[in-house]
Design a protein. Structure first.
Length: 144
């Protein structure tokens, strides 16, 4: 069984999928969590819901949605690209791995964002210090 080329080809594709998809998803989730934890975003609850919603959608509904988006004849992506001189077939052997990584990232980035956001919000605010205040005496004057 270990000498089957299909086994090693499949394992290689799984490693390639993980090597590409996991860092992208974690980086996106961390970026979203940092953005929501900052004071920049108004109504963070709406954004939390919007980012988490893909995880809450049942798998069959998500599969139908992605089939529509990725279908060569029905795709809104191809409807935009065709007048510009081309379309894209994301089901082709060259692009299918990236298409699957995109679907997985869309599904789980919001879930991971909530985990990062909960961890960020668990840090007590009094531990945050203004830049340059580390190591100074509590009196506020800087030594000369």
């Amino acid at each position: 069984m270990l000498t089957l080329p299909a086994l090693w080809s499949g394992l290689g594709r799984a490693v390639l999928f993980g090597a590409f998809q996991i860092p992208v998803m974690i980086g996106l989730a961390l970026t979203l969590a940092l953005l929501l934890d900052s004071a920049v975003v108004r109504r963070p609850g709406v954004f939390r819901l919007a980012y988490f919603l893909p995880f809450a959608i049942p798998g069959m509904v998500a599969a139908l949605l992605w089939t529509y988006i990725y279908s060569p004849r029905l795709s809104p992506i191809n409807q935009v690209l065709e007048p510009l001189g081309g379309g894209i077939d994301v089901f082709s052997p060259q692009l299918i791995l990236g298409s699957m990584a995109n679907m997985t990232t869309w599904t789980f980035a919001g879930y991971n964002m909530l985990i990062f956001l909960a961890a960020l919000q668990a840090i007590p605010r009094e531990l945050y210090k203004p830049p340059g205040s580390m190591g100074r005496p509590s009196g506020g004057s800087s030594p000369r």
